[in-house]
Design a protein around this ligand. Sequence first.
Ligand code: HEC
Ligand code: HEC
Length: 271
Amino acid sequence: MAGWNMLYFDEGRFQPDAGQNDAWNRGAYLAEGIAHCGACHTPRNSLGAEEKDRLYAGGEGEGWHAPALNGSSPAAVPWTEAALHDYLAQGYAEHHGVAAGPMRQVVRNLEQVDETDVSALATYVASLTGAPKDGAADAAIADARSKTYSILTAYQMDADGPAANGEAIFAGTCASCHMDGGTQPYVRPVDLALSSVVTGPDPRNLVHIIMDGVHPRPGERGAIMPGFGNVLDDGEVTRLANYVRDHFTDEPAWADVEKTVGDIRGEETAQ
Ligand code: HEC
Ligand code: HEC
C-alpha cells in the first residue's frame, strides 16, 4: 500500500453522525476514508466486497488474520481508548502486545499523521468495541499470569511425555523468553494468553510469528523474536501452535492448523 497521502478520498461523501462528537467523526472519517482500516478488518463476501453490515467483524490482509475490532473482538483484556491509542501510536499496548505483520506498516503510516488524528482513531475504534465490563480486565490479567506461570511445570517435563509433544517444543524453544523469569531478563513480551494472536479464531498469525519471528526496526519499540521456520518442521509447528492455543486459552482448538502451516511454508518458499 502506498502512503496514504497518495490516496484520493472524496470528503464530501462522508456523512458525519450528529449524535457523536468531533473526535469520533474525525476518527470514523479517517478509518473509513483514508486509513482503510476496514480493508483488512471487515470481512468480504464471495465477490470480494466488504460486507457493510459486518463492519470490523474481522477479515484478512496479506495472508494474516485481521482480528475483529467490534463487539466480537477476541482480545482477552477489552480494548480501551487509551490502549488503542498506545497500539496505534507505538505498535504496542500493555496487556495486548505488539502490532506485527501488515499491522506494523499501518502503525508506520500513522507516524506521519497528526497526534490528534491518532487520538480520533482511538476514540472511534473504542466505540466499535464497546465499553469494557468492570473487572473483566483484572480477571483476564490474573488468569493470563497463572497460565504463564504454569509453563514452569511444562519446562520441567519429560520431552518424551504423553503429548509428544507441543508442550516439549514450547519448553525447549519458546519458554526461555515467554515464561516468568525466563533466561532473557530484558525481554518481557505480553503474557501469551492476552494476545489476540493466540485467542483469535484463526491460527495464521501465530504460525507466521513462529516461522518468521517479530522484527522491529531499529529505534522502534520492542525486542526481536527470532523466527523458527528453519528449526521446526511443519509437524512441529503444528503441534506447537495447537499446544499454545490449548494451554493459553479456553477457546476451541483451531481447525486446519496443519494445512495453514503448509500453506504459509509454501508462500515463503515461493518468495
Ligand atoms: C493491511 C491490513 C490492515 C490494515 C489496513 C489495518 N489493519 Fe489493523 N491489523 C491487521 C492485522 C493483520 C492485525 C493483527 C496483527 C498482530 O496480531 O500482530 C491487526 C491488528 C489490529 C489491532 C489489534 C487487535 C487485537 O485484538 O490485537 C487493532 C486495534 C487494529 N489492527 C486497528 C487498526 C486500525 C484502527 C486500522 C486503520 C488505521 C487498521 N488496523 C488497519 C491488519 C490491518
Ligand atoms: C529470544 C526470545 C524469544 C523466543 C525464544 C520466542 N519469543 Fe516470542 N516474542 C519475543 C519477543 C521479544 C516478542 C515481541 C515482544 C514485544 O515487542 O512486545 C515476541 C512475541 C511473540 C508473540 C506475539 C505476542 C504479542 O505481542 O501479541 C507470540 C504469539 C510469540 N512471541 C510466540 C512465541 C512462540 C510460540 C515461541 C516458540 C517458537 C517464541 N515466541 C519464542 C521473544 C521470543
